[in-house]
Design a binder for this molecule. Structure first.
Ligand SMILES: C[S@@+](CC[C@H](N)C(=O)[O-])C[C@H]1O[C@@H](n2cnc3c(N)ncnc32)[C@H](O)[C@@H]1O
Length: 239
C-alpha cells in the first residue's frame, strides 16, 4: 500500500499508492441540497485531522449522558460508498459512533441525505483517503474497522493498487483497540483473487456479517453469480 523510494533511503516520505479512482458523477439536486445544508454537520474537515480526534463527538467526555464520562465505541468504515451499511448500522447501534470515509462525493452526499432524513446523530464522514484518517487517529482508537467490497483491481498489473496489503494492516492494527483475536477488521469481497490475497495476509473466512445489508454493489455481484466472501482479520498482538 505504501511504497518507499529506495533510491532516497528510508528517511524520505513514503509515497502512498492510490487504491481508488475519483469518479465525478452528477449529484442529483436533493443530494446536492443535503450536502449544502448538512455538510458541516456530518463532514469532518481535513484541515486539522489530528485535532478532530480531540473534539466532540470523538473526544472522551463529549458523549457522556447519565453515567460516568466515557467514550462510545467508534467504528471506521472504509469506502462507505452510498452509505447503506453505515446508515443501517448507525440505526441498529445508536450508542456507537460511525466514521465513514470515501473519496466519492456523490456517495457522501447520498449518505448525508439519508442520515439527515433518519435524524442520525452518530455518523461522521470524511472525504478522502482512509490512510489520512488512520495516520491521524490516536492508537487503539477504533473498536472495529469495516471495509466492504474494496475496489478489486482485477487486472494482474493493477493488484498492487489494492487497499488491504501488509503495510496497511500494520497501520490499521495500531489504531484498533483490539482485545480479541478476531472480528475487529471485517472485509467482504466478491473477488476470489482478492479473497485469496486476504487469506495469505492472515484473514479468516467468516459467516456473513449480520450488520451488512446488501448494497447496490453486492446486488450487482450476486446478479452476475459471483460468490461473496466475508473475512475477519486475526490480530496477533491484542492488548
Ligand atoms: C467497490 S466500492 C464499494 C462501496 C460500498 N462499500 C458498497 O459495498 O457498496 C469501493 C469504495 O471504496 C472507496 N475507496 C477506495 N479506496 C479508498 C481509500 N483509500 N480511502 C477511502 N475510500 C476508498 C471507493 O471510492 C469506492 O466508493
Amino acid at each position: 500500500m505504501i511504497a518507499s523510494d529506495s533510491k532516497q533511503g528510508d528517511s524520505v516520505k513514503h509515497r502512498q499508492i492510490k487504491s481508488y479512482v475519483v469518479r465525478s458523477s452528477k449529484i442529483a439536486d436533493k443530494y446536492k441540497d443535503a450536502l449544502e445544508k448538512y455538510g458541516s454537520k456530518y463532514l469532518i474537515s481535513d484541515t486539522n485531522l489530528e485535532g478532530i480526534f480531540d473534539e466532540p463527538p470523538f473526544s472522551k467526555n463529549s458523549v457522556s449522558e447519565n453515567s460516568a464520562p466515557k467514550r462510545r465505541e467508534i467504528i471506521l468504515e472504509i469506502g462507505s460508498g452510498q452509505g447503506a451499511t453505515l446508515i443501517s448500522a448507525a440505526k441498529e447501534k445508536p450508542d456507537t459512533y460511525f466514521l465513514g470515509t470515501d473519496v466519492y462525493l456523490q456517495g457522501l452526499a447520498h449518505t448525508i441525505y439519508t442520515a439527515q432524513k433518519n435524524n442520525l446523530q452518530n455518523i461522521r464522514l470524511y472525504q478522502g483517503d482512509v490512510n489520512d484518517i488512520l495516520k491521524a487517529a490516536p492508537e487503539k482508537f477504533f473498536s472495529e474497522i469495516w471495509c466492504f467490497f474494496p475496489d478489486p483491481w482485477h487486472k494482474r498489473k493493477h493488484t498492487k493498487r489494492r487497499l488491504i496489503q501488509e503495510d496497511f494492516l500494520d497501520l490499521a492494527s495500531k489504531k484498533l483497540a483490539c482485545k480479541k483475536l478476531s472480528g475487529s477488521f471485517r472485509v467482504a469481497t466478491d473477488n476470489e483473487d482478492y479473497k485469496n490475497q486476504l487469506l495469505k495476509l492472515g484473514f479468516l473466512q467468516a459467516p456473513r456479517f449480520a450488520f451488512r445489508p446488501i448494497t447496490t454493489f453486492e446486488a450487482k455481484a450476486l446478479k452476475a453469480n459471483r460468490k461473496v466472501f466475508d473475512l475477519t482479520y486475526n490480530f496477533k498482538n491484542p492488548t
